[in-house]
Design a protein around this ligand. Structure first.
Ligand code: UDP
Ligand code: MG
Length: 311
């Protein structure tokens, strides 16, 4: 029964030492499923030899498909391009660094056969990550869950299997700042998680330094919540009430007692404090405005230099 197909989407950014082994392990796993399959490698502007390695694989095995961006567009955009070009009845997203064990795909396919439309992999443990990354990720997912009105699964990356319907739905979401795990959760569908232990990166270094992680977190929040904007109003109300009480106290002291409060420090501190909050809230508005800006420009989400997708 090879009438259905599974497509695997793999974003790559300078993953030279990992591609060959990833291919071997994926192949071993996928030989065991009852469907035909292909691998869509999206080269996100790698500056090493990643592109050529994929092309060499393709020479021997036409199930290897190749898309190359004209520059580095970022992980989420690379995944988007892969999903857009995936023709499978199931689409799996997996990292190239073997942190996501390919063997888990078997369990995912089984869940799909049971009728689930999204099977995500939930990290029970993460090996070889800094405590800083673990902790910030933990806090981020819990915060995000608090301020969104639908369930984004905790501690989940993009490693998942999606039914064609889910992938089609992603293709119809035109937003340019993309937070895919949120977009999938937002769209609903019958979803289930399976737990796994996240391995260490096989070789190379993380392509997500702190700056990119922060950008990613802000995209996640601004994509799915207006809470930060409302925060400005809450802060405003809070400080108005405080200052109203303070004014009453000061006036009382002035007119009805002979005590007066003096001192520059308190004045300056209050000014700095409120100034900080004003800039902070202005920055929040800026983030949302920037999102609207990028979407209004209607530029393509990515630019492709070359693609080889034929069987
Ligand atoms: N990646 C990408 N473009 C980027 C950064 C990362 O395509 O700008 C790919 C990378 O090659 C890997 C996946 O996204 O396959 C996840 O990246 P990484 O393993 O560095 O992230 P981490 O696991 O450290 O969070
Ligand atoms: Mg990784």
């Amino acid at each position: 029964m090879k009438d259905k197909k599974l497509s695997v989407v793999i974003p790559i950014f300078n993953e030279e030492p990992n591609i060959e082994l990833l291919y071997q392990r994926l192949r071993q796993v996928l030989e065991n499923i009852a469907y035909s399959w292909d691998l869509i490698f999206v080269n996100d502007g790698s500056r090493d030899n990643s592109g050529n390695i994929v092309k060499q694989l393709r020479e021997k095995d036409k199930r290897v498909k190749y898309i190359e961006f004209a520059r580095n567009f970022g992980h989420q955009i690379a995944v988007t391009a892969g999903v857009n070009h995936a023709s499978g009845d199931m689409v799996v997203i997996i990292d190239a660094d073997l942190q996501d064990p390919p063997e888990l795909i078997l369990d995912m396919v089984q869940k799909w056969e049971e009728g689930y439309e999204v099977v995500y992999a939930k990290r029970k443990k993460r090996k070889g990550e800094t405590w800083f990354k673990l902790w910030t990720a933990r806090v981020f997912y819990r915060l995000l869950r608090k301020i969104t009105s639908f369930d984004i699964p905790l501690d989940t990356g993009d490693f998942r299997l999606m039914d064609k319907k889910v992938a089609d739905n992603l293709r119809n979401m035109p937003e340019r700042s993309r937070f895919i795990r949120g977009m999938v959760a937002w769209s609903g569908f019958r979803t289930i998680g399976i737990e796994y232990e996240r391995d260490e990166r096989h070789a190379g270094e993380t392509k997500y330094p702190f700056k990119k992680m922060l950008r990613f977190a802000i995209d996640g929040i601004t994509s799915f919540s207006y809470f930060p904007l409302q925060l400005a109003s809450y802060l405003g109300i809070f400080f108005s009430v405080i200052s109203f009480i303070a004014i009453t106290v000061v006036l009382y002291l002035h007119f009805f007692t002979n005590k007066t409060i003096h001192g520059w420090t308190s004045t300056i501190l209050a000014v700095l404090f409120i100034g900080g909050i004003q800039l902070f809230t202005l920055g929040i508005i800026g983030e949302y405005l920037a999102r609207i800006g990028t979407d209004v420009k209607q530029r393509p989400i990515y630019v492709i230099r070359e693609k080889e997708l034929d069987d």
